[in-house]
Ligand binder design. Structure first.
Ligand SMILES: [Zn+2]
Length: 470
């Protein structure tokens, strides 16, 4: 019975907390449509152009419209004044490579250089670096995702062939009017000098755009830059009634769980970050990097994240990086306190290690934990199936490719790991506090240890001890 309850607890924890993290973490890298009430984002590629861009800026100003310019570095280099004007008039500037060339034709390193060079040009002209990137023709190189780090990739929800002069201003206008809808990210071009475009095409675009702006204003739309669109979209994320119900049931369940298994709170106050309980270890035998070992039947302190803490972090920090760092910070703060409590707790006098299973394990090695993969088996497999289902639920509007890609990243970042810290290491936290530990005994913690527990035997025992939240 106890094992069953632990299992249910584990699954519930997955369900309730992960949605927030996942939608923020993985929904944010590629942006192409907003979820907003009455806003539209205009984006202009390939410029700046000495002839058309000033006209466009005048037009936007007349209608009090903010937009986003994805500039080609080699064009921007010659027009620092236009870049400054864009910034001064409240528009966003994004990067569209240094030369207008597809990322498929360039090595990842070259793409990175192009982006860097263009961003330097933007920074020199405006004093600010750009956070946005749009690859030419929207063709993203697989490496782009891993290489871009700080950059948000912006695609679009509609395009109209405005780079072709034969489309004509009138037809262009008709096409655009069909997309007078909230959340649209329109792709237009303020320069016709790139390969495949007609040089005078932006002339038609300006005529059609004026009609579009006029009609849009009449209907109460506002035209915003991409940062504003992302901000509003992000703020509109609300869990459905179903999800909220599940979350409150889960919080209730968590309280019952804490009472039933006598979880002890780490630290004082009503907003703890962690709980622990002293229990016996049921998993595989493990030897620690610096000597000592743990095996079945040994006494351990089993660590639990507080899920209230986790969900408030997920809600507060929009960027995955910031949320991850924040969680690691919380662990850093709590470890000395945990160490002192364990030293005073008579139940914990004979523990061999601190133990937990968690999905957030990046950086745990730095804190003195050893990180182990879970044995491949029913548990690992069912977790993966569950996560795939979850992603589908969370991302109903995604195209197949994007979802596939997201799934891959999701799997990498959220596969559960077992964390173990031998008791002599946690004792050092009590004696020294974290600063000293990281200074004096840093060698102890430095080498990242990532091992797989040998064999897949006794899976049920492993499952029965999977309790740590998240
Ligand atoms: Zn382009």
């Amino acid at each position: 019975m106890e094992n069953f309850l632990l299992w249910v607890f584990y699954v519930m924890t997955f369900y309730a907390f992960l949605p927030g993290v996942i939608s923020r973490t993985f929904g944010f890298r590629v942006f192409k449509r907003g979820r907003v009430e009455k806003e539209i984002a205009l984006t202009f590629d390939d410029g700046p152009d000495s002839q058309y861009t000033p006209q466009l800026l005048d037009l936007l100003k007349r209608y009090n419209a903010k937009a986003t310019f994805f500039v080609v570095g080699s064009h921007a280099e010659k027009q620092p004044g236009l870049l400054r004007r864009m910034k001064d008039e409240g528009h966003d500037i994004g990067i569209h490579n240094y030369v207008h060339k597809s990322n498929w034709l360039m090595r990842p390193k070259t793409v990175r250089r192009q982006i860097e060079k263009t961003n330097a040009i933007i920074e020199t002209a405006t004093g600010e670096r750009s956070n946005y990137y749009r690859p030419p023709w929207g063709i993203v190189n697989l490496f782009d995702y891993s290489n871009m780090g700080y950059l948000q990739i912006i695609l679009w929800s509609s395009l109209f062939g405005d780079w072709r002069i034969r489309v004509g201003a009138e037809r262009l206008q008709r096409r655009m009017m069909k997309k007078l809808r909230p959340g649209e990210v329109l792709l237009l071009h303020d320069c016709g000098k790139t390969f495949g475009a007609d040089e005078a095409a932006p002339h038609n675009m300006l005529i059609a755009l004026e009609a579009y702006l006029k009609q849009g204003m009449k209907q109460g739309y506002s035209f915003v830059n991409i940062s504003q669109m992302i901000r509003l979209t992000d703020a509109s994320w609300k869990p459905s009634l179903m999800k909220r119900t599940v979350i409150s049931l889960w919080l209730l369940w968590e309280r019952a769980f804490h009472a039933a298994f006598r979880l002890k709170q780490v630290g004082e106050g009503d907003k703890p970050s962690f709980h622990y309980r002293v229990t016996t270890y049921n998993g595989q035998s493990v030897e620690f990097a610096d000597g000592g070992a743990i095996g079945k039947g040994d006494v351990v302190a089993e660590l639990h994240f507080d899920n209230g803490m986790l969900s408030s972090i997920a809600a507060r920090y929009k960027s995955p990086l910031a949320a991850g760092l924040r969680v690691i910070r919380e662990v850093e703060h709590a470890l000395p306190q945990l160490a002192r409590q364990l030293a005073e707790d008579p139940d914990a006098s004979n523990i061999k290690a601190v133990y937990g299973v968690t999905m957030i394990h990046r950086g745990a090695d730095r804190l003195g934990f050893e990180v182990f993969n879970l044995p491949d088996g029913l548990f690992a497999r069912s977790t993966n199936v569950y996560l795939r289902l979850l992603t589908k639920v969370l991302t109903p509007s995604d195209s197949g490719n994007r979802r596939k890609d997201r799934n891959k990243r999701l799997k990498e970042a959220t596969s559960p790991r077992m964390l173990l810290m031998p008791v002599h290491r946690i004792r050092q936290y009590a004696a020294a506090g974290l600063d000293n530990l990281q200074g004096g005994n840093a060698d102890l913690l430095r080498a990242p240890i990532d091992r797989t527990i040998a064999g897949t035997g006794d899976e049920s025992a492993v499952i029965s001890s999977k309790t740590t939240a998240l």
